[in-house]
Design a protein. Structure first.
Length: 212
């Protein structure tokens, strides 16, 4: 007789046990499977701890997570916080769940820095590249033309993501075009009436920082 296989179902609704503690997961069985049902808060909790694990796969794959810490006291505090947030579990018009973000207001995960934002905004915020050598932010070298050094920038738009690439002969001009696109995209996002006011204000502040 074959042994049962294990299956995981993520993002089931949060609920508390009979003594008032938030549940992480529960298991059901069928004739073929042991099925672990992970609650939505617990699934996020696992993701946070994976990103905060020093030397773990997430920090190895994304060095930007290096040094990130989880300042929530425990899962119970985190689940309680999640369920007190207005946009927790909210879906956008494409059916994507609003995502947990901590980068707008800090580096670490905590009740003060974390907030739920649309997936489109999270994508836009992550579209900001690091500096490449001595080139302006957002500018890379395009080697498609072997006869002349060309500098390339990628354009993004709120709710559209990547919308195209432009090439320039001068890295300074390329950097100016990238910053202009960045400012326009962040200001466009800040005018989204569905966002919390403090998010809109922070986006406007971030846009201004690219003008300096």
């Amino acid at each position: 007789m074959l042994s049962k296989q294990h299956k995981i179902v993520n993002n089931v609704p949060d609920f508390k046990d009979e003594v008032g503690n938030w549940i992480t997961s529960y298991t059901t069985t069928t004739s073929d499977y042991y099925i672990q049902h992970r609650t939505m808060a617990f699934n996020l909790w696992l993701g946070i701890n994976n990103r905060c694990k020093s030397g773990g796969s997430q920090q190895t794959k994304s060095p930007a997570y290096a040094g990130t810490e989880n300042h929530f006291k425990d899962f119970q505090e985190f689940a309680e916080w999640c369920n007190s947030q207005e946009n927790y579990g909210r879906l956008d018009d494409k059916g994507n769940r609003w995502q947990l973000d901590k980068d707008l207001f800090g580096k670490h995960y905590s009740p003060e820095t974390c907030i739920f934002i649309p997936a489109a905004l999270n994508t836009l915020l992550k579209a900001s590249p690091k500096k490449f050598n001595d080139l302006p932010t957002g500018v890379t070298i395009d080697n498609s033309n072997n006869r002349k050094q060309i500098y390339s920038v990628r354009y993004s738009r709120y709710k559209l993501g990547y919308v195209g690439r432009a090439r320039f002969n001068c890295p300074i001009i390329a950097g100016e075009h990238w910053r202009r696109n960045r400012v326009e995209s962040l200001l466009m996002a800040s005018e989204d009436n569905e966002l919390p006011i403090r998010v809109s204000l922070e986006l406007a502040k971030l846009a201004l920082s690219y003008c300096c």
